[in-house]
Design a protein around this ligand. Structure first.
Ligand SMILES: O=P(O)(O)OC[C@H]1O[C@H](OP(=O)(O)OP(=O)(O)O)[C@H](O)[C@@H]1O
Ligand SMILES: O=c1[nH]c(=O)c2nc[nH]c2[nH]1
Ligand SMILES: [Mg+2]
Length: 168
């Protein structure tokens, strides 16, 4: 998300929806491969990478570990990007698939692409600012949307609509 602009819309994603859309990503990647292996961008790319690895029968899964958002305690506030663990492979990433859950401003994608410029970059979701950095994605959401992944959510009781409206 761009610095200073609060996301207006919430886009909550269930486990079922994530699984279905993750499989849709795998279908889109079938003809872009075969891949030597996957590099998951932690932490958000881990679950999508597991889904894609299963569908494309990829057994080699590496990570690049990045911290940006949430380092100040606020998950929607960007901090300084740090690569806390580079990928294990040497080279330009040719024949490899990078997987993340989403691309937003594109800062994370740009940093990882700089390490592995020839790898294929795939995400499940893309916002417009980051979209040009992604080779394959499934669903575009607007820049002012915050995507809530199932690992960020829990089921809670909510008030009925009538209780939220003023009495006449
Ligand atoms: O395009 P950008 O603006 O860089 O945002 C996209 C990145 O932000 C989120 O990761 P985050 O840094 O929140 O860490 P996490 O994956 O550990 O949750 C998401 O998983 C992407 O990696
Ligand atoms: O859970 C998340 N949802 C988002 O929309 C987002 N954008 C950057 N980082 C993000 N993390
Ligand atoms: Mg991430």
């Amino acid at each position: 998300m761009a610095e200073g602009s609060a996301p207006e819309k919430a886009f909550p994603v269930s486990w079922e929806e994530l699984h279905r859309t993750g499989k849709a990503l795998a279908w889109r990647l079938v003809d872009a491969g075969p891949f030597e292996g996957i590099i998951a961008i932690t932490r958000g790319g881990l679950v999508p990478a597991a889904i894609v690895a299963r569908e494309l029968a990829i057994r080699v899964v590496d990570t690049v570990c990045v911290t940006t958002y949430g380092t100040s305690g606020d998950d929607k506030k960007r901090g300084e990007l740090k690569i806390v663990k580079p990928p294990s492979l040497e080279g330009d990433g040719e024949g490899w698939l990078i997987v993340d859950d989403l691309v937003d401003t594109g800062v994370t994608a740009r940093a990882v692409r700089a390490l592995l410029p020839k790898a294929h970059f795939a995400t499940i979701y893309a916002k417009p600012a980051g979209r040009p950095l992604v080779d394959t994605f499934v669903t575009e959401v607007s820049q002012d949307t915050w995507i809530y992944f199932p690992w960020d959510l829990e089921q809670r009781p909510v008030d009925p609509i009538a209780a939220m409206r003023p009495r006449r």
